[in-house]
Design a protein around this ligand. Structure first.
Ligand SMILES: C[S@@+](CC[C@H](N)C(=O)[O-])C[C@H]1O[C@@H](n2cnc3c(N)ncnc32)[C@H](O)[C@@H]1O
Length: 282
């Protein structure tokens, strides 16, 4: 754990903990501040498996990107990409296809600044870019993503929104936003996503702890909103779902699971509380 705080990029709200930085702390990164670590430590006390669950989310992202890269997708638009950490999309994709391309988007300045540093160090500006933006504005994001010159809008793209949509409030038009992105993507593109679900929550033995975590997030700058399986499934409307469909994270291509965190959860997949899926635009 970092004991000294890094210098904060411009625009960073250090008065309240933030999802990108808390998640970075859960994953063992150092792009977090005292306020985020206090939040994280409290969350671990309330729900000791939270770091394992966060890692299982990150692992799903890796499995999904690897699947897509192996199936010919060589360009990615990663929305709510987070602070760079183990298994960034461009790294996973490049390991399969050295020509893979990626545009990252996040609304948190820390995530964007750290991504910029990483991409500058790697020095492949024609294949990777990062933008600060709000995914709720597809027209703006799409225009700016294409302006980077990294993506070819005439060839299939892997649209990734993993571990993000539960930060959009229950009154947000999430399904319409996704449909807008899908309408812009060419045929043969994919949508990879995951979401915290409210299904079965109240029957869980540790329902109280989960409720307390939710309340804790609701005090941060990034409140959480759980959705049902039916709501999450509706985000894939018009797409062909890739096997095994909408499932809990450890159930998605379990043969590809490498991480101890996800393996730990494999005996009780619903414990993770996250559904996931991959759909193809016909
Ligand atoms: C839990 S992290 C997930 C990071 C990464 N996608 C992963 O799965 O490892 C959620 C990220 O979504 C970002 N985010 C939340 N709401 C957003 C929005 N409206 N537009 C863009 N990014 C957003 C947060 O800043 C944070 O970096």
């Amino acid at each position: 754990m970092t004991t000294q705080d890094p210098e904060a990029p411009e625009g960073v709200d250090l008065d309240r903990p933030n999802a990108a930085r808390i998640y970075d702390w859960f994953l063992g990164g150092d792009a977090n501040w005292a306020i985020d670590r206090q939040f994280g430590e409290q969350a671990v006390k309330t729900f000791p498996m939270i770091k394992t669950v966060a890692r299982a989310g990150r692992d799903f992202l890796g499995r999904g990107v690897r699947y897509l890269a192996r199936n010919g997708i060589d360009q990615f638009l990663d929305l709510g990409s987070g602070v760079p950490t183990v298994g960034n999309v461009h790294e996973v994709a490049t390991a399969v296809n050295p020509d893979a391309r990626c545009v990252y988007v996040d609304n948190e300045p820390v995530a964007v600044a750290h991504s910029q540093i990483l991409l500058e160090q790697e020095g492949v500006a024609d294949r990777h870019a990062v933008l600060q933006g709000d995914l709720r504005d597809p027209a703006d994001i799409w225009k700016r993503a294409l302006d980077t010159g990294v993506l070819d809008p005439n060839r299939p793209i892997g649209l990734i929104i993993v571990g993000v949509l539960y930060f959009l409030g229950k009154d947000e038009p999430v399904a319409q936003t996704i449909q807008k992105y899908l309408s812009l993507l060419p045929s043969g593109s994919f949508f990879l996503s995951s979401h915290l679900t409210s299904d079965g929550l109240h029957e869980m033995a540790d329902a109280d702890s989960r409720e307390r975590i939710m309340n804790q997030y609701n005090q941060s700058s990034t409140p959480l909103h759980l959705r049902t399986r039916a709501e999450f499934t509706s985000f894939f409307e018009g797409l062909e779902l890739v096997e095994p469909g909408i499932v809990y994270l450890p159930e998605w291509h379990p043969e590809e699971i490498e991480s101890k965190a996800t393996k730990k959860l494999a005996n009780d997949p619903s414990f993770v509380g996250h559904l996931c899926g991959l759909g193809r635009k016909p």
